[in-house]
Ligand binder design. Sequence first.
Ligand code: PDD
Length: 301
Amino acid sequence: MAGVEDQKSMQSGAAEIYLNGRFLPLEEATIPVMDRGFLFGDGVYEVIPCYGGRLFRLEHHLQRLDNSLHAIRMQNPLTRPEWQALLDRLTAQLPGSDQSIYLQITRGSSGKRDHAIPPQISPTVFVMTQPAIYPDATTLATGIKAVTHQDNRWLRCDIKAITLLANVLLRSEAMDRGASEAILIRDGQATEGATSNLFIVQAGELITPPKSDHLLPGITRDLVLELAQQHGLPYREQAISEAMLHSADEIWVTSSTKEVMAVVMLDHQPVGNGKPGPIYARMAGFYGEYKALLQAGQPLS
Ligand code: PDD
């Protein structure tokens, strides 16, 4: 996969990214302005955590990538071994460290702006890795504030599309209202966060909405459910009405970057006693153990 150009950029010691078959420094990476990702937001992406240099649930992320590509009528441009090799090479630049991989595939450029999908077009594939930025210890210990907002996104929220304008505006509106996440309501049901999945605890039971076109099938969400099952924590996949959300004992949001985070204020009212709850503390412990095993290179289920 590596050419002469690639060898040069590696020798210079600059952090490399991957773009369309080449490894090169980020500042040298460019794409045509006619790329459909730029013109239409016509593409999909993944964010994959890497703990201690080990990829977190790579197979799950690649399966979701396949599902997103299929939903937008694209094929995966790389094979599983090609993905593995390129991710191994990028992550080896920060050996043994916690990282966050961003990968994006757009439909590419046909040289003209036309909504219709051109028959012959090569995708643009971009991958980079950066040191992981976690929520700081204080935020994890104290939890975050969230506000509810009408879910004004489209009806294919299960596709991890790069077209994120609604999510960007929703998150900004949450910040304007003194919160760091918006919890989205569609037809009286809470679906997910603008950038995360949603869990509540009601009478000792963990509840999250079932997968549907209205929410992203989060990889962290699935792990939280698996950990709940392994540790005998009662859980249910069930629709969460606005009333259930507002009377929940605990609210959490999950994502590759937030991991598992307690919401302690919702719409300026305390959730439970306004502190991360006891079930949250247990799950944060299970999640931390899982992460530590990955960092230590231990085999995982
Ligand atoms: N977002 N729902 C939405 C709308 C999201 O944007 C995300 C994650 C999730 C959680 O998915 P996962 O557990 O697989 O990260 C749910 C990523 C982190 C982002 O856009 O940066």
